[in-house]
Design a protein around this ligand. Structure first.
Ligand SMILES: [Zn+2]
Length: 320
């Protein structure tokens, strides 16, 4: 897989626009090299799939073959997601005037984040490439969700918003900077961008890989093309016209591997680990101010160590 001694030290590849992506090779999985790209400033696979090839995967196959239980599980976890989304909306409501409550969710999945905002009085809209997920949002939840990709053609039809939310989207794209510039155009002046991406090659993953001999399970091309950490994500966002206001990380679920609970490739054990994490967070979330403060403090502490499974970033559109 990616025993470092078997890897070439460097790789490079030139895209259709003539840009050369090159850097040290960190992993080689399924014919893709993951390089620390000097051109982009973050780690990504080489070669990068064309946007057309990706469009095919996400319009038809992703939820059916790659994540067949995704919608079902998302709904099963609904109470926990409600805690997660409540915290996210509370942050946004504190950072924006009460008159600014228009939100666009890009890659809105089955629609629970939008439904949570609607219940709090937000005016919400989604755009989602999966036909199954978009249909669920419209028919089961009565949401305004466009079935498609956010691109230069669809963006002008979506209106302007006070918040653009991109949850677990950027890691899937050949050109995440282009997506951030589109989001910039969709935001009203001083609007807020919210990003969630995996926190990859984090210290827990590195230790489990190198010292427990587990193959790098987080490297998942062609679905995951980009591999961020807090610094490379913040640098990308800043280059695309935003000022980063806050970053934190989600629970470091990979700690369970260090405790000997080997859930990689074992769906039942994976759900068990996820269940423990949900219980921890719901108990703290439901324990009043003291519980919420402890949860927030744990997140800060984990993030300070580079730990946490995902990065959550809030940034304001700058230059207005
Ligand atoms: Zn690059």
């Amino acid at each position: 897989m990616s025993d470092l001694s078997d890897l070439p030290p460097q790789a490079s590849w030139t895209d259709a626009a003539g840009c050369t992506h090159a850097g040290a090779v960190l992993h080689r999985v399924q014919g893709f090299d993951v390089v620390d790209c000097a051109h982009c400033g973050f780690r990504h696979v080489l070669p990068l799939p064309t946007p057309q090839a990706l469009a095919e995967v996400y319009a038809h196959d992703y939820y059916r073959t790659e994540k067949p239980l995704y919608i079902e599980r998302y709904l099963e976890d609904r109470d926990w997601w409600e805690c997660v989304y409540t915290e996210r909306y509370e942050w946004l409501e504190a950072a924006l005037p009460a008159t600014r409550r228009r939100l666009l969710d890009v890659g809105s999945g089955p629609g629970l984040f939008l439904a949570s905002g609607r219940d709090r009085g937000w005016s919400v809209r989604g755009i989602e490439p999966s036909t199954q997920a978009a249909r669920h949002s419209r028919e089961q939840l009565g949401l305004d969700v466009v079935n498609g990709f956010l691109d230069a053609d669809s963006a002008p039809t979506l209106g302007r918003h006070d918040v653009v939310h991109l949850g677990e989207v950027l890691e899937h794209l050949s050109d995440p900077a282009a997506m951030l510039r589109l989001a910039h155009d969709l935001l009203a002046p001083d609007g807020l961008l919210v990003l969630v991406v995996p926190n990859d090659d984090n210290p827990v993953q590195r230790i489990v890989h190198r010292h427990l001999g587990v193959a790098p399970w987080w490297v998942a091309p062609p679905h995951h093309l980009n591999y961020f950490d807090a610094a490379s994500l913040a640098a990308l966002v800043s280059r695309c016209g935003y000022t980063v206001e806050h970053q934190e990380t989600t629970f470091p679920i990979d700690l369970f591997l260090l405790m000997g609970h080997h859930y990689i490739g074992d769906d039942a054990k994976g759900r068990q680990a996820h269940g423990w994490r949900k219980t921890l967070e719901r108990n703290l979330h439901g324990a009043g101010a003291e519980g919420r403060q402890l949860l927030a403090g744990m997140r800060r502490a984990f993030a300070g160590l580079g730990m946490g499974r995902e990065i959550l970033l809030y940034a304001r559109r700058s230059g207005d």
